[in-house]
Design a binder for this molecule. Structure first.
Ligand SMILES: CC(C)c1onc(-c2c(Cl)cccc2Cl)c1COc1ccc2c(ccn2Cc2cccc(C(=O)O)c2)c1
Length: 232
């Protein structure tokens, strides 16, 4: 049947994409990527600063998701805590699929590889970046996929899962239509996008182990990261 995006769905996408593009890491933080030296300590500190900045960007973006602020307050917190790592993997994946001015990408890769993260997490992490890059997502797809990740009903401690499910379904519906319209030659494209969400969950489990190994080596995080990741 003819797939068409309704007026209100177009308005929804506009709000989400504008919010997604409005909130970027401050240029001075992104620029630091290129400047400071390369010790493992320096790299860890820089990545910590970027993660902290990204969490602030994520909180601001989430407040613009239509319906999010009408959810139960504690559920809003549970959704943010449960999705922060996955949203940041998606965001950093955009950098690796050349979202950032080139030169940043290589430097960011270098710093991640030399920040005390053990080899076993590197492979899945960079495989994910590669698999995201291969999708060549347009910015609407990136913004909607991040929104769908945030609106995952079965995060720990979410009380009213139905309310989250209703919001998520609204976004899934418009993303599905957009994929059909943007990729008529690839009917599986939408399914492949959602497949990345499964990969994100696996990465999120790896990340919990990365955090533990950093803490064992007495690495310090910022108060915001401690709060959102329940560490220290
Ligand atoms: C605390 C710190 C060491 C950490 O723990 N886990 C992760 C970690 C790692 Cl090592 C990989 C993936 C996810 C996380 Cl949380 C991190 C670092 O988090 C990052 C690092 C870079 C990130 C982000 C998010 C985006 N980017 C890339 C980026 C850079 C500059 C500008 C922009 C931009 O949007 O304009 C984006 C998070």
């Amino acid at each position: 049947e003819k797939v068409e995006i309704t007026k209100e769905q177009q308005a929804l996408v506009k709000v989400v994409v504008e919010a997604y593009n409005r909130h970027q890491i401050p240029q001075d933080v992104a620029k630091k990527l290129l400047q400071d030296q390369y010790s493992a300590e320096e790299n860890f500190l820089l990545l910590t600063e970027m993660a902290t900045s990204q969490v602030q960007v994520l909180v601001e973006f989430t407040k613009n998701i239509p319906g999010f602020l009408s959810l139960d307050r504690e559920d809003q917190i549970a959704l943010l805590k449960g999705s922060a790592v996955e949203a940041m993997f998606l965001r950093s994946a955009q950098v690796f699929s050349k979202k950032m001015p080139n030169g940043h990408t290589e430097v960011l890769e270098e710093r991640i590889r030399k920040s005390g993260i053990s080899e076993e997490f590197m492979t899945p992490m960079f495989n994910f970046y590669k698999s995201i890059g291969e999708l060549h997502m347009v910015e609407e797809e990136q913004a909607l996929l991040t929104t769908i990740t945030i609106l995952t009903p079965d995060r720990p401690y979410v009380k009213d899962q139905q309310a989250v499910e209703r919001l998520q379904e609204t976004i899934l519906d418009v993303l599905r239509k957009m994929c059909v319209l943007q990729h008529p030659q690839d009917p599986q494209y939408f399914a492949r996008l959602l497949g990345r969400l499964t990969e994100l969950r696996t990465l999120s489990h790896y990340h919990a182990e990365m955090l533990t190994s950093w803490r064992v080596n007495d690495h310090k995080f910022t108060p915001l990261l401690c709060e959102i990741w329940d560490v220290q």
